[in-house]
Structures are given as C-alpha cells and as structure tokens.
Design a protein around this ligand. Structure first.
Ligand SMILES: [Fe+2]
Ligand SMILES: [Fe+2]
Length: 293
C-alpha cells in the first residue's frame, strides 16, 4: 500500500538521521564490569522501598538489581526478535525501495545490534538468564502470527516507550554498571527513531478505518502492553536469589513507588494513544490493571 507523501518524507528523514548517527558494536564496549555497581537505577527495582528491600544489605540490593536488569534486557531482546518476525513477514513482498521498507531494514539492523549489545551487558553482569513465563511465550506466538500492522506497531511502541524512560535514567546514573549505562545510551538514541516510525505507521494504518477496527486494535495494544509489563516481573528472578516468590509478588503488587515509576514510564505512550483515539474504556481498564495508568 503506498504511503501518503508526508509519511514518505518522514521515513526518508529518519533513514537519513540513522546514516548520520548510528552505533556499532565497537561503540558498545565498556571494558570490565564493576561488581560494586547496581544493575540498574535502584529506584526502578519493582521491590524498591518494600519491607524486603529495607531488610536487604547494600550488596544484596546491588545483586537484586543486577538480576532484575538481566531479566529486563532478556524481555527487550524477546521484543526485538518478535518485532522483526512480525514486520518482516508483513513486508516480505513489499517494494523494497519504498521509504518505509528501507527504514524497516535499518530498524531490523539496529535491533539485532541491540540484542547483541544487551547479551554483552548480561554477560558482563554475570547473572543467569531466567526463562520467560509460559503466558509470555504463548502470547509471543499469538503476536508473531496474528498481529496486524497497527497492533504490531502499537505493542512494539509500548515496549519501546517503557524501555526508553527507564534507560534514560540508567544511562546517566553513576551507580549503574558501565555495560548497562553504555547500552542504555545507545538504545535511547537509536530507539527514538523507531518510536517516531511506529507512531507514524500507526497514524497511516488507522487513517479512515472503521470504529470497530479502531476499538479492537486499541484493546489488543493495551493487552500487549499488559503482557509486557507483567512479564518484567518474573518469579525465577526472585527465587534465584533465595527470596520467597509469594512475598515478593505481594510486596510488588502493593508497592506504590513501583506503580508510580511504571506510570511515569508509560505516560508518553498513554498521551499518544489518547490523541489517536486508542484509549477506549476497556483499554483504559487494562492499562489500570497493569499499573500503567
Ligand atoms: Fe532496540
Ligand atoms: Fe526498536
């Protein structure tokens, strides 16, 4: 389907911006890890400020955030792979000289570099990767197989927005391990183009669609965001540290600080969805249930 002229111009500009400022693996190297650093800004730990957190020693808190960020980066990689599968499949037979398809090639190249960069950060942290839970694996298959364009871009955008807000903090926080700080900086820079691309793609796809389709797409995007938010909290992370999962889960569920941080992470997304008419009553209740609104 041909893109409107203003969209084609934006896609060409994004590709141009990628030519001017992109990173490669050499830019992501940070030397040795500093074991005395947190894995991420401690305030982003879902357990931050809970009774369990208060009881922990400083080294235990550092270890907790190193394990949590290992899992967060694992989820980021999972999203980057899913995005490529779904979008490449949708564009397999498209005209490869189209500006949006050319940008998609560049985005996929970025995502592969990001995944490698995150694996490097995980290896430097020296923490074990916790397997994703079964619901997430199943929903990943549903997403890869059935998501149509605005739903795919919407769910991808939800993941990118959440990581963007978190990683902006991690990238400038001296308390955080250098590998996480560096990879966060690279990711924030390159993902800003991906987010512009996803927003414009969604506007293009939603132009003139029926109210029913807009409603269904809005609900599916909310559901996808819910799965990502829930998937960041993984029982293997807490059990792996010898914590009682039921206690950790209850404390995270009641943690007002954690809710506030997640609402902050999704504020730009919610604003965009609202503007585009993708925040109906059911979608709102799903975002509230996942503490994203
Ligand atoms: Fe990425
Ligand atoms: Fe991306």
């Amino acid at each position: 389907m041909p893109e409107p002229e203003d969209s084609a111009t934006l896609y060409a500009e994004l590709l141009d911006s990628a030519r001017r400022l992109s990173f490669d693996l050499r830019d992501c190297q940070t030397g040795t890890d500093d074991a005395d650093r947190y894995g991420m800004t401690p305030e982003w730990s879902p357990l931050y400020g809970t009774p369990t957190w208060i009881r922990m020693s400083e080294p235990e808190r550092r270890r907790l955030t190193r394990r949590e960020v290992t899992h967060f980066l694992g989820v980021a990689i999972w999203l980057e792979i899913a995005l490529q599968i779904v979008l490449l499949r949708r564009n397999h037979s498209a005209d490869p000289t189209r500006p949006d398809v050319k940008f998609l090639f560049n985005e996929c190249a970025d995502e592969n570099l990001h995944s490698l960069m995150f694996v490097g950060a995980i290896e430097q942290l020296g923490e074990r990767h916790s397997p994703l839970d079964r619901v997430m694996i199943l929903m990943g298959w549903v997403f890869r197989t059935f998501a149509w364009e605005e739903v795919a871009y919407g769910i991808v955008l939800a993941g990118e927005e959440v990581f963007d807000v978190m990683q902006r903090d991690w990238s400038i926080d001296d308390r955080v391990a250098p590998a996480v700080r560096r990879s966060s900086h690279v990711h924030v820079v390159e993902e800003s183009r991906h987010m512009s691309f996803a927003r414009q793609k969604m506007r293009d796809r939603l132009r003139g669609v029926s109210r029913v389709r807009r409603y269904v797409s809005a609900v599916l995007i909310a559901f996808g965001a819910h799965i990502i938010a829930k998937g960041l909290i993984n029982k293997g992370v807490y059990r792996g540290l010898g914590l009682d999962w039921q206690v950790a889960r209850t404390e995270i569920g009641r943690n007002e600080h954690h809710r506030m941080m997640f609402r902050r992470a999704t504020a730009p997304l919610v604003e965009f969805l609202d503007r585009e008419g993708l925040l109906n009553g059911l979608a709102r209740s799903i975002y509230r249930k996942s503490n994203l609104l």
